[in-house]
Write a protein that binds this ligand. Sequence first.
Ligand SMILES: *[C@@H]1O[C@H](CO)[C@@H](O)[C@H](O)[C@H]1NC(C)=O
Length: 135
Amino acid sequence: MASLKVIFLVVDIITSCFFVSMNGFPDTTIDGLVCLVGKVPVDSDVELLILYMLDDLRENTTSHGYNYEVDKTMGKYHYWGNGACNGRLENVDCDQCIIACSNLLRNSCTLSPGAHVKLRDCRLRYEPYEFHGNW
Ligand SMILES: *[C@@H]1O[C@H](CO)[C@@H](O)[C@H](O)[C@H]1NC(C)=O
C-alpha cells in the first residue's frame, strides 16, 4: 500500500510539472520595474511615439521569435524598444505576458520618457537611446 502511494505521488509530481511547462499561464511576478524620471507632454509627438512603440511590441514580440527589437522615429524623436518572452511559453502565453508588461508600463510609468519591466516570464522596454541584448 505504501509503495502504491509513492507511485501515485510520483505520477502527480510528473503531471504537475508537465502542465506547468506545457500549458502553464505565464508567470507575471514582477522582478523589476523602472520608470525614467520626468514626464513627456500629454498629446505630444513623443507620447504618441511611445504608445505606437508599446502597440508594436505587443503585436510583434510573439511572432518575431520571442525577442523583438524595434526602433521608431517621429519628428525629432527616436526611440528603441525590445520585448522578449521565455522560450518555453506557448504563443498565447507570450502574448498575455507582454500585454501584462505593457499594461504595467502604461499604468505605473505613465508619460515616462523611458521605462522597463521584467516579469518572471517576459520583459518589455522602451528608451530614447539605443540598447541591445540582455538587460
Ligand atoms: C508589427 O510589425 C509589422 C511588420 O514589421 C508592422 O507593419 C506593424 O505595423 C507592426 N504592428 C504595430 C502595431 O506597430
